[in-house]
Design a protein around this ligand. Structure first.
Ligand code: UD1
Ligand code: CA
Length: 461
């Protein structure tokens, strides 16, 4: 027997009031559908056995899927409901298979829940197993209606509920394991005779039961697992829950937070013990941070690797590597391809792009270093610029160990500054500077005596 999954992701963001597809709305910086696909991977369902039904913003969703793995996609050109969406992926229904169906807008349906539901499903020989939860405030979720003996009777959408049914707190999570043949037969019988005029997937469960099939439910002990986001308010709620879950785990691992204000940490970020995260810090993607660092306030890192004992104060870093004991900030931008070696110091209003900066080099103020290879122990004065772009092509700048780049130096690339060389303040360097030499490229100060302009101005005032 093999296992496959259908993810429903065609819905429009109508209630989200978004022009894009709802499943691309983000929780902690990752699209909701990304969470769902991670959960499927964790549950051991291979990417190629996952079919995603796309529709609204199909191109955007497909592009995202392609960036992640070899998923199958099915197009639902008209949104006629969750049952109709599954009909578009009929090819996924293979006799003898068990098939998981879940929603692309429910990111917390974790692998433990998926596998627990599967073992319940196979153990009991069910035709369908529905994951349910008991929510004190069941909102717009479909209600699980039971007979007086407690047996499953059907799922009723909130829109179609009687007042009494609205009071039911057991809700449908939208996570189901089906025996493929049972689902295929039920889809043939599905109608759109309901308040929304849609083909409800939920009705297939009632149909299977009506045909004498075996319906089981598994009630999730953790109610957060079933939460989905249909509106911006619900999306914010998911973000708040996810944020505190991630921070809770990091606290357990010895990471320090003095406040969680403005702190957003993606679920794949790793942080070492005794590191402090200060307010306003956003850590995204595959960022890894070592031990004993102070990150923040107001620091944003995306796909960065940070060593130990690093201080980053008001730094924005993207796809960069920051080694041990680096101090950067405030107001620093590290653009993709930056490597800061051990002990580097980057001060205020400095931008580094696609450059390697050697051990203990200091770039302390108001400087742009782009497409450069800088050695160790180099000192940049205030206001230096590597002119790496001539309007058509980009060129590299190379600076040898212990060079001293005077204040306000322009380095017109391609250019090489030798080891231990110095450039005089205010120089625009257009040719290579040999090691141990001084390059001056400015005229000497000219003094004009008896210059009366100033005294005239003062008299007038
Ligand atoms: C659905 C369930 C509800 C359950 C809830 C759990 C139905 C009829 N209702 O309600 O019982 O409590 O999920 O979160 O199934 N989609 C498509 N094509 C469509 C319509 C929807 O692919 O034509 C996708 C959406 O993108 C979404 C998922 O299916 O990812 C669920 O649809 P949504 O409209 O959000 O259903 P709910 O009203 O939340
Ligand atoms: Ca939903």
């Amino acid at each position: 027997m093999s296992y496959s999954a259908i993810v429903l992701a065609a819905g429009n963001g109508r209630r989200m009031r978004s022009s894009g597809p709802k499943v691309m709305c983000e929780v902690l910086g990752d699209p909701m559908i990304g969470w769902v696909l991670d959960n499927l991977r964790d549950a051991g369902i291979p990417d190629e056995d996952v079919g995603v039904v796309v529709g609204c913003g199909a191109e955007t969703v497909k592009e995202y899927l392609a960036s992640r793995g070899a998923y199958r996609t099915f197009m639902q050109t008209e949104r006629k409901g969750t049952g109709h969406a599954v009909m578009q992926a009929r090819e996924m229904l293979k006799d003898g298979d068990n098939l998981l169906v879940l929603c692309g807008d429910a990111p917390f349906a974790d692998s433990d829940t998926i596998t627990a539901a599967l073992s319940e499903h196979t153990h009991r020989g069910n035709d369908v197993t529905v994951v349910t939860a008991d929510l004190p405030d069941p909102g717009n979720y479909g209600r699980i209606v039971r007979e007086s003996n407690g047996n499953f009777a059907g799922i009723v959408e909130a829109k179609d509920c009687t007042l009494v049914q609205l009071g039911i707190t057991e809700i449908n999570s939208g996570i189901y394991w089906f025996r493929a043949e049972a689902l295929a037969k039920a889809l043939d019988k599905l109608s759109c005779d309901n308040a929304a005029g849609e083909y409800y997937l939920t009705d297939t469960v009632g149909i299977i039961r009506g045909e004498g099939g075996k319906v089981g439910t598994l009630t999730s002990p953790d109610t957060d697992i079933v939460l989905g986001a249909n509106s911006r308010a619900e999306l914010l709620q998911l973000n708040i829950i996810a944020k505190m879950n991630v921070i809770g785990e990091l606290l357990d691992e010895g990471v320090e937070f003095v406040s969680t204000d403005g702190v957003i940490i993606g679920r794949n970020v790793k942080i070492g013990r005794d590191t402090t995260i200060l307010p306003g810090t956003i850590l995204r993607g595959n960022t890894v941070i070592g031990e004993k660092c102070v990150i923040g306030p107001n620091t944003l890192l995306e796909n960065c690797t940070v060593g130990n004992s690093v201080t980053l104060n008001s730094v924005q870093g993207y796809d960069s590597r920051i080694c041990d004991r680096v101090k950067a900030g405030p107001f620093v931008q590290l653009r993709p391809g930056t490597i800061l070696h051990d002990g580097v110091k980057i001060g205020d209003f400095v931008e580094i792009k696609n450059s390697e900066i050697g051990v203990n080099t200091a770039v302390a103020h108001l400087t742009y270093v782009g497409d450069s290879d800088v050695g160790k122990g180099v000192n940049f004065g205030c206001g230096c610029v590597t002119a790496n772009y001539d309007g058509i092509n980009k060129y590299r700048t190379t600076i040898g160990d212990y060079a001293f780049i005077g204040c306000n130096t322009n380095l017109i690339a391609p250019v090489e500054i030798g080891e231990n060389a110095t450039t005089a303040a205010g120089s625009t360097i257009t040719s290579n500077v040999p090691p141990e030499s001084l390059a001056i490229e400015r005229s000497q100060t000219k003094i004009i005596e008896n210059w009366e302009k100033n005294s005239k101005r003062i008299k007038k005032a």
